[in-house]
Design a protein around this ligand. Structure first.
Ligand code: NAD
Length: 324
């Protein structure tokens, strides 16, 4: 067992988190992660309304008695979302762990704190982590340039970002972006973190509620298979480098606006990819760690393998590297 301040704070067995993923963070995956002793997150905005989120939380509770949380990503959306009402749904469902991302969570913190919720804020730069710590979040999920989804605009990979953040952030921090195996977990611990967050790796598991073809494409792809879209709008998103992503980048090059590109990059289209396995139907998020993913295990097999191999590495290879 690897015990850290993060596992203690959130009452979980293993220092592994399944981060919020649009269309993927549903009860099937989150409960499987929780049952494996790691920390799973339902993705708030995957549910079309706050009431649907209430139902999804209830459904997840029927599938696990272990702790799990809800992710709320606060970024521009094509159709405005009532974030405050999603927070209300989270609070009155009795959820005690929330992952915020995308923007400063300060406006929502007093309400969540009053409800006894612990907040993990996911951010992509040292300065945003420092601000989140100052405004009172409980933990930071520091997301490097390797990640799927929104890596921010600074393009700093985790080998530098994590220790730079650990130099100044005092609350527990987990490492996000590029993590998929035991080597990543050991590296994250060495870089000053107390756990890892994985998204793409959890997509390629038996329980992930997405089409088998998506899982197989993740396994078949490598670290060069992603593309960065929406750079011109300072809302960069790392997605699978399919024909739709290439078209979006081409349109950005022509100076097109979000209104013109929106129909191509819409999450609603990406959802169809996950449901039907039509890999060119829309945009779907994926990280560079595809280069490290070679199988489709259960969540339990994955989590236990990562922890067992990490322990073995720390006790064996690393300990033995110290000269007598
Ligand atoms: P959506 O269909 O509303 O928008 C599609 C994409 O366009 C998203 O990346 C969105 O941020 C971007 N976008 C929308 N309006 C914009 C604007 N005015 N200016 C610049 N960019 C704009 O989004 P969705 O796919 O339904 O996802 C819902 C939310 O979840 C979005 O905020 C999205 O960014 C977020 N998300 C986050 C991650 C992650 O890495 N945490 C992954 C996938 C989606």
């Amino acid at each position: 067992m690897i015990k850290t301040r993060f596992t203690e704070m959130f009452g979980i067995k293993h220092p592994i988190v399944q981060g919020g993923m649009q269309w993927v963070g549903r009860a099937e995956l989150t409960s499987a992660v929780a049952n494996a002793g790691a920390l799973g997150f339902l993705t708030g905005l995957t549910q079309p309304t706050p009431d649907d989120l209430r139902k999804e939380i209830k459904r997840c509770r029927e599938m696990t008695d272990q702790p799990f949380g809800v992710n709320l990503t606060i970024l521009p959306t094509l159709v405005p979302r009532p974030y405050g009402e999603y927070i209300d749904a989270i609070i009155d469902s009795g959820i005690k762990i929330v992952e915020t991302a995308g923007n400063n969570p300060k406006p929502f913190l007093p309400k969540m704190k009053e409800a006894g919720i612990k907040v993990i804020h996911k951010c992509t730069s040292v300065r945003h982590g420092v601000t989140a710590e100052k405004v009172g979040v409980d933990a930071i999920s520091m997301d490097g340039f390797e990640c799927a989804g929104h890596p921010g605009e600074d393009d700093v990979p985790n080998l530098v970002l994590l220790p730079a953040a650990a130099n100044v952030i005092k609350i527990p921090m987990i490492a996000s972006g590029g993590f998929a195996d035991a080597r990543g977990l050991v590296a994250a611990l060495a870089l000053g973190c107390e756990g890892i967050n994985m998204g793409t790796r959890f997509m390629a598991t038996k329980e992930a509620p997405i089409h088998q073809k998506v899982k197989e494409q993740i396994v078949a792809s490598d670290e060069r298979s992603t593309a960065l879209i929406l750079r011109t709008m300072r809302n960069t998103s790392r997605v699978y480098g399919n024909s739709v992503a290439k078209k979006a980048i081409e349109m950005e090059g022509e100076g097109k606006t979000i209104q013109e590109i929106g129909p191509i990059v819409a999450g609603a289209k990406g959802r169809v990819v996950y449901e039907t396995g039509d890999m060119e139907h829309g945009i779907w998020s994926a990280g560079t760690c595809m280069g490290l993913i070679n199988d489709i295990p259960t969540c339990k097999e994955l989590v236990e393998r990562i922890v067992a191999e990490a322990e073995q590495m720390i006790r064996g290879k690393l300990a033995k590297a110290i000269a007598a």
